[in-house]
Design a protein around this ligand. Structure first.
Ligand code: CP
Ligand code: NVA
Length: 300
């Protein structure tokens, strides 16, 4: 693997290798072991959308690995003034050893990878959020001890996080049921991939996704870039809240994942959020460890 553009490009073995490495790096960091894999290396972090976790975990991760990071927001760089992504790529490729980008179009991430000549990590696009799902998989394995025989239920928007969750969870051996309203389903490329897995189901009934689930996952109803649709989406997603009624249908000990930020009272109830805060904030912490593993592998 040269890049992390989307999990569809990675094999099951690639994913498991990164999860194992993430566990090692997490244990090392907790034990105070210094890891200098990125010593002398520089990483560009490009943001065309807002971020708290992705920005901080990449920046801290590069520092912990002995490297140097430069953060470029599109508003404060020539990217925001229309410099072609291909030209930006050819420049950054001459300064840096790796790039992480958060932006709108998946095609911009692919162009950056194509033209920069250095490894590129997708830090979220409208289509995918692979770094998030590596952290989620690390968290699920920590809490459940493995993946085989587990059912993951997704309730809500068939968005970027849903797309990556479906691919990552199926590749790791979980059964996946996705409950979305009509018109808000995951992308066709992902549904075509999932169709080969007998453990995959798509429904518009949230209770079907919740029933017998070992892991329940949700995300905001309106993603970044969809702010103007927020009202229409609140209507469309009524009944798709991850709440106590859904947890009551799940397996005993069902865990909850949410990539954050969360909107309590919309996609998740305040009660469920607080009852599962340990798992949700473990997931947020694991962004750091999982991304360090990706950077060691791709930039090291
Ligand atoms: N989950 C996630 O990617 O968070 P940020 O938008 O804060 O980076
Ligand atoms: N689906 C959300 C995830 C944020 C981390 C968004 O794209 O805004």
């Amino acid at each position: 693997m040269k890049h992390l553009l989307k999990l569809l490009d990675w094999s099951r073995e690639d994913i498991l290798e990164i999860l194992d490495l993430a566990d090692v790096l997490k244990a090392e960091q907790k034990a105070g072991v210094v890891n200098s894999t990125l010593a002398g290396k520089s990483v560009a972090l490009i943001f065309s959308k807002a971020s708290t976790r992705t920005r901080c975990s990449f920046d801290v991760g590069v520092y912990q690995l002995g490297g140097h990071s430069v953060t470029l927001s599109s508003a404060e760089s020539q990217i925001g003034r229309g410099e072609p992504i291909e030209d930006t790529a050819r420049v950054l490729g001459r300064y840096f050893d790796g790039i992480m980008i958060r932006t709108y179009k998946q095609s911009d991430v692919e162009a950056l990878a194509e033209c920069s000549g250095i490894p590129v990590i997708n830090g979220l696009t409208d289509d995918f959020h692979p770094c998030q799902i590596l952290a989620d998989l690390q968290t699920i394995r920590e809490h459940k001890g493995g993946f085989e025989g587990l059912k993951l239920g997704w309730i809500g928007d068939g968005n970027n996080v849903a797309n990556s969750t479906i691919v990552g969870a199926l590749k790791c051996g979980m059964a996946v049921t996705v409950a979305c309203p009509q018109g808000y389903r995951p992308m066709q490329q992902v549904l075509d991939f999932a169709a080969a897995y007998p453990g995959f189901a798509l429904t518009d009934d949230p209770a079907t996704a919740a029933k017998g689930a070992d892991v329940l996952v949700t995300d905001v109803w309106a993603s970044m870039g969809q702010e103007e649709e927020a009202k229409a989406r609140q209507k469309a997603f009524a009944g798709y809240q991850l709440n106590d009624a859904m947890l009551a249908l799940a397996s005993p000990g069902c865990m909850v994942q949410h990539c954050l930020p969360a909107h309590r009272g919309e996609e998740i109830s305040a009660e469920v959020f607080e009852a599962h805060a340990q798992e949700i904030f473990d997931e947020a912490e694991n962004r750091l460890h999982a991304q360090k593993a990706v950077m060691v592998k791709l930039f090291g």
